[in-house]
Design a protein around this ligand. Structure first.
Ligand code: PMV
Length: 333
């Protein structure tokens, strides 16, 4: 049994993918088919405390002030087992986690949740992992979690190696790289809770969507274009690519058998409103994207926020909107 720190707290934010991760080539190693790229969001935070407790007979997990559901506790225990193996710790742990935002249904609480858990558990167990290694650990909880270790604009490199050593997340640009870029998150009322976990749903897409192979062939070019547009702070190049990528992801979901439909009628109206705004303005002033959930992220520039808000105002079923910039990544508290 190792000595030293037994308790640690780690905090981080969810991220929204501009290039989506959807499907793994090696489930045991959690290695994705394609690289992905995201923006870590400010203000929304998950804070997780892990304490290894001698004599505790099983792992305990409290989420937002209540004992978590058995499936969530089992997923947490899975991550703790990895950390225990690496650190040669045998004690069970008490895990307490809190989100300052709505859990599940499209705000990527699993990304910040597993990133925060990986950060807190590894530190509590006495492992001193580099951020890159921490990203490699976090992806075993939820793939997108590896990107939430870092702030700003982040790439998760799929890598090519069978052992996964070249598969990790890395920061591309810091949060302040493009202060004018904002994400207006439209929180959709009655967004359904996910019925199928993303990890299961994406493998159904790999196996059954006739669109999957085409998407995979397109993604590297799109990712390079999105990276270049971010580097140059070129919204006219970026916004159409963000929507193209989101449409490709959604097409793969819809053509999966059984079909995966994450949107509500309100979400779809938002997509239409953004397309119409761009058409009416004669240039791309905004871009929509969504993950495996009904909330819609509308990227725009500070000077267009009023126009975007005006379009969204007429849509029924938007509960509220959040105006977010790129934010900082993980840190130990
Ligand atoms: O990280 P997971 O297993 O919850 O899957 C995330 C999948 C998407 O959010 C749809 C895309 C992404 O890259 O975040």
């Amino acid at each position: 049994m190792q000595r030293g720190t037994r308790t640690a707290t780690y905090e981080t934010s969810p991220n929204i993918a501009l290039v989506k991760y959807w499907g793994v080539r090696d489930p045991a190693r959690a290695l994705p088919y394609n690289s992905s790229l995201s923006v870590t969001l400010e203000r929304l935070r998950t804070r997780t405390r892990v304490e290894f407790v001698p004599g505790l007979d099983r792992d305990e997990f409290r989420l937002n002030g209540r004992p978590a559901a058995p499936a969530a506790t089992a997923a947490v225990a899975g991550m703790l087992d990895r950390v225990r193996d690496a650190a040669r710790v045998t004690d069970r742990a008490r895990v307490v986690s809190r989100n300052n935002f709505q859990t599940a249904s499209g705000l990527a609480s699993s990304a910040s949740g597993f990133a925060a858990l990986a950060g807190a558990a590894s530190a509590a167990a006495g492992l001193r992992l580099s951020p890159q290694r921490l990203s490699q650990l976090a992806r075993f909880g939820s793939g997108s979690a590896c990107r939430s270790i870092f702030g700003g604009f982040v790439e998760w490199r799929a890598g090519r190696r069978a052992d996964g050593r070249d598969c990790y997340a890395r920061p591309l640009y810091p949060p302040r790289h493009w202060p004018d870029l904002v994400d207006l998150v439209a929180l959709v009322a009655a967004a359904p809770e996910k019925s199928v976990r993303s990890a299961v749903a994406m493998q159904a897409s790999v196996e059954t969507s006739p669109e999957y192979a085409r998407r995979l062939a397109e993604v590297p070019g799109r990712l390079a274009g999105i990276h270049r547009a971010i580097a140059r702070r070129d919204s006219a190049a970026l916004f159409p690519l963000i929507m193209e990528e989101c449409d490709s992801f959604r097409l793969v979901c819809e053509t999966t058998r059984p079909s995966l439909d994450y949107l509500t009628a309100t979400s779809r109206e938002i997509l239409t409103a953004v397309r119409d705004l761009n058409t009416d303005t004669g240039r791309p002033v905004a871009a929509y994207t969504h993950d495996a959930g009904a909330h819609v992220h509308v990227f725009t520039l500070g000077r267009h926020v009023r126009a975007v808000r005006a379009r969204l105002r007429s849509i029924r079923g938007i509960e509220r909107t959040l105006l977010l910039h790129a934010g900082t990544g993980g840190r130990r508290i």
